[in-house]
Design a protein around this ligand. Structure first.
Ligand code: C2O
Ligand code: CU
Ligand code: CU
Length: 478
């Protein structure tokens, strides 16, 4: 079966927003897609990996003419790709070479909150280096790193503080999936930016409390990219790394592809489709089979009607590897008996955004859940179905399962683990959440301006036998 719909509620697409900024087709000639280099470990042993991740200011050539002032991790814009291995103890020096404080948030990684997790309680001051170390304890996945200082996450991400992180494991290693990084296993960070005078970003000028957008699409920071296809099958690890933009992806000729992974890793089964939509912070791993093309052909990945990336077909060896009908088993824990359903609302738009009717307060713990309990959460987007927005709901420190949309089935590509789920206006989405570690974790809308604007709350995962107290920062101590 091939799915041919976008899955989300059409009346809620960002294209209907009053403030929608349409993407324009780039006027510059196609350029090779930037493939972020892999970050070299400082040291590796059989059991431990050591990395240094440095947030730095730099300049990046996006367009002809002046370079753009940007921020990045170990590189000018975005970051080098970091590889973690399931089962390894991982040590990271977090170096802040920026002129202001930042944090290093591991979006999608199951690590203790709030410090290792790197949300707003874990500032690294300018010129300083913090150290974290943790066990990687989750299946192979495409996750990411981004800045998370409250309330300037959106501005720092806009400047470039976002990088891809790949988790590898023995299960995924055995699957017939492309995994030659940069050749047939390609990260694609989708973002949009506005270029002002002298090709500079100007976040304040573009500010919109419902999410900042720009007219120019970037893939890994490349304007109008092309990618040379040298293998029949290519795996695209797509991240919606935009502050606000949704991407409705399809090829210009309707080529069918298979989604094999979502936020938390490989899905139980591939889903065949010719269109897919991502909301902010979601990841989709797609396997594209270019077998029907000839060298010299070109097929273009589009979002709505704007070209995003040109795939130029080169000569390749035939590879008719079929994806198995079953890929992996995912953990499916039974809900803990007797727990009430946790009800959460995502409210408002613009400056009015709130979570459960309240603005985020760094010093307030809004909810508690016992470590290892498996709880049902019901997230309701209280926006009107006529002119509301899709709010991407994200939880730190866990990968959850999506159980139902308005008591009905979930989308076909939501049967894997997720850490972010788009909730349509007026819709209630039911998820199953387990924290395996203790800590204070944030949950919020991942339209980053909504998060900064207060559509965010925090939950303590606690162990009654080992109560902990946390030092929570507040805006004034930052
Ligand atoms: Cu992508 Cu609170 O994070
Ligand atoms: Cu996160
Ligand atoms: Cu939102």
């Amino acid at each position: 079966k091939v799915y041919t719909d976008y899955f989300f509620d059409e009346p809620a697409y960002n294209t209907h927003d009053g403030g929608y900024i349409p993407l324009t087709t780039p006027k510059i000639a196609p350029q090779p897609l930037v493939i972020p280099p892999l970050l070299e470990p400082d040291k590796q042993t059989a059991t431990d990996d050591y990395y240094t991740v440095e947030a730095q200011a730099s300049e990046t050539q996006f367009l002809p003419g002046k370079k753009t002032k940007t921020w990045g991790y170990n590189t000018g814009f975005l970051g080098k790709t970091i590889v973690f291995r399931n089962g390894k103890h991982t040590h990271i020096d977090l170096k802040n070479a920026l002129p202001e404080l930042t944090t290093f948030h591991w979006h999608g990684l199951n690590v203790p909150g709030p410090i290792t997790d790197g949300g707003c309680h874990a500032p690294v001051y300018p010129g300083k280096t913090n150290h974290i170390d943790f066990d990687v304890d989750q299946p192979a996945a495409t996750i990411w790193l981004h800045a998370h200082p409250c309330p300037s996450t959106a501005l720092q991400v806009w400047r470039g503080l976002a990088a891809m992180v790949l988790i590898k494991d023995d299960v995924e290693d055995q699957l017939p999936l492309p995994r030659n990084y940069g050749v047939d296993d390609i990260p694609m960070v989708l973002q949009d930016r506005e270029f002002h005078e002298d090709n500079q970003f100007d976040y304040r000028a573009d500010y919109d409390p419902d999410g900042v957008q720009g007219h120019t699409a970037l893939v890994n920071g490349t304007v109008n990219p092309y990618f040379d296809v040298t293998t029949q099958r290519v795996r695209l690890r797509i991240l919606d790394g935009s502050n606000r933009r949704e991407w409705r992806l399809h090829f210009d000729d309707g080529l069918t592809f298979a989604q094999v992974g979502s936020d938390g890793g490989i899905m139980p089964a591939p889903v065949y489709m010719d269109k897919v939509m991502l909301t902010c912070a979601e990841r989709d791993e797609l396997v594209v089979d270019f077998g029907k093309y000839q060298p010299g052909d070109e097929v273009t990945l589009m979002t709505d009607d704007t070209p995003l990336c040109h795939f130029r077909i080169k000569a390749f060896e035939p590879d008719d590897t079929q994806l198995p009908d079953h890929l992996v088993d995912i953990e499916d824990p039974t809900p803990t008996p007797g727990l009430p359903v946790r009800k959460i609302t995502m409210d408002g738009m613009d400056e009015e955004v709130a979570m459960d009717g309240k603005k985020f307060d760094m010093q307030r713990i809004d909810a508690r859940q016992k470590v290892n309990d498996v709880a049902i959460w019901e997230i309701r987007n209280t926006n009107s179905t006529k002119n509301g927005m899709v709010h991407p709901f994200h939880v730190h420190g866990t990968q959850f399962q999506v159980l139902a949309r308005n008591d009905g089935p979930v989308y076909p590509n939501e049967h894997g683990l997720k850490d972010t789920v788009g909730v349509n206006p007026g819709e209630t989405v039911r998820i199953k959440v387990q924290f395996k570690l203790t800590g204070v974790y944030m949950y919020h809308c991942h339209i980053i301006e909504h998060e900064d604007g207060g559509m965010m709350a925090q939950i303590e995962s606690y162990d009654p036998d080992h109560p902990k107290t946390y030092h929570l920062m507040d805006m004034d101590t930052l």
